[in-house]
Design a protein around this ligand. Structure first.
Ligand code: AG3
Length: 274
C-alpha cells in the first residue's frame, strides 16, 4: 500500500515523520510556504516553512499553556495582544477569561488566517468573536506603538524567517513599554533539548526588559523533542499561588496544579538560565 510521509527536518540530525492521509493545501504566501495536511496520528496539521505549527490533536497543550499561564499570573487581564498565532488557537483560549475586554491578534501573514478559517474551523472560530481584533501587519512595528496592555503573548514561529526580530532584546523592551504597570508577557521559547541557545537568548533578552523572568515547560509531542518551553516576563506580578476564585474552563491540559508545576524545572534546564 502507498504510504505518504511528512518529514520535518528539526535540526541537521533530527527529523520528525508523520504519516499523511491527504494534503489539503500547499502554497507560497508572501512570507512563507504554507501546507495543510491530514495526518494519521495527529489529525490536521499546519506547517509553515517545513515546521509543524499546530495539529488538531496536540494544539490544546501549547495554546492553553501559552495563554492561561500569563493570564492567571496577571491580577485582572483586560487588554490582550497576541503576536503571530494566525491559526486562532491562542485567541480561543484567551476568550475563556471573562475579564478580557479585547484581544488583538497581530499576524504578519493574512494567508495563515485564511487557511485557518478554511481548514481549521474550530481553532479559528474565535477570530470572528466581537472581542477579537485582527491586524495584518508586522508585530515589531505594531508593538512599538501599543500601550497599556495587560498581557502580550508571542505565538511565533521558530527564530528564522519572518519571526527573527521577535527574539531580540529590543523587541522585549518595546513589549515592556506596551504593557501597563502590572503587565505580563510570554513567548514560546523552543525546546531545551534541541534549541537550548534559543532559550538562553530569550531569557537573557527578556531580563533586559523585565524585573521578573521565569521559564516553564509543557509536553507538545509534535514540536522538536516534545518538551517545549515558554518564557514569562513580568513587570510586577509573580507566578505564585493562584487565586482559587479564578477558574478557567474548559481546559484539557492546564489546571491550577499544572500551572504551578510547570515552573518546576529539571536541573539541566535550570542550568541554562544562569
Ligand atoms: N508556534 C510555535 C511553533 C514552533 C514549532 N517549531 C517547529 N515545529 N520546528 C506555533 C503557532 C501555533 N499557534
Amino acid at each position: 500500500m502507498l504510504e505518504v510521509w511528512f518529514t520535518e527536518q528539526q535540526t541537521a540530525s533530527v527529523r520528525l515523520g508523520l504519516r499523511v492521509d491527504a494534503i489539503l493545501a500547499k502554497q507560497k504566501t508572501p512570507y512563507q510556504e504554507l501546507v495543510v495536511a491530514d495526518t494519521t496520528a495527529y489529525g490536521r496539521m499546519l506547517v509553515l516553512d517545513g515546521a509543524v505549527q499546530t495539529t488538531t490533536v496536540d494544539e490544546f497543550v501549547y495554546h492553553e499553556m501559552l495563554t492561561h499561564v500569563p493570564l492567571m499570573v496577571h491580577p485582572n487581564p483586560r487588554q490582550v495582544a497576541i503576536v503571530g498565532g494566525g491559526d486562532g488557537g491562542a485567541v480561543r483560549e484567551v476568550l475563556k477569561h471573562g475579564s478580557v475586554d479585547a484581544v488583538h491578534l497581530v499576524e504578519i501573514d493574512q494567508r495563515v488566517v485564511e487557511a485557518a478559517r478554511c481548514y481549521f474551523p474550530a481553532l479559528s472560530e474565535s477570530l470572528s468573536h466581537p472581542k477579537a481584533h485582527l491586524h495584518f501587519t508586522d508585530g515589531l512595528q505594531w508593538v512599538r506603538e501599543a500601550r497599556n496592555f495587560d498581557v502580550v503573548m508571542i505565538d511565533s514561529t521558530d527564530p528564522i524567517g519572518p519571526a527573527i526580530g521577535l527574539f531580540q532584546p529590543e523587541f522585549y523592551q518595546s513589549v515592556a513599554q506596551a504593557l501597563g504597570p502590572e503587565g505580563v508577557m510570554v513567548a514560546q521559547s523552543e525546546s531545551p533539548f534541541l534549541q537550548p541557545a534559543v532559550i538562553q537568548t530569550v531569557v537573557r533578552g527578556m531580563r533586559t526588559a523585565f524585573p521578573v523572568v521565569r521559564l516553564y515547560l509543557a509536553a507538545v509531542p509534535t514540536y522538536p523533542s516534545g518538551l517545549w518551553s515558554f518564557t514569562l516576563g513580568s513587570k510586577g506580578p509573580l507566578p505564585g499561588p493562584l487565586d482559587p476564585r479564578r477558574v478557567v474552563t474548559p481546559t484539557r491540559y492546564w489546571t491550577p496544579a499544572v500551572h504551578t508545576a510547570a515552573f518546576v524545572l529539571p536541573r539541566f534546564v535550570e542550568d541554562l538560565l544562569v
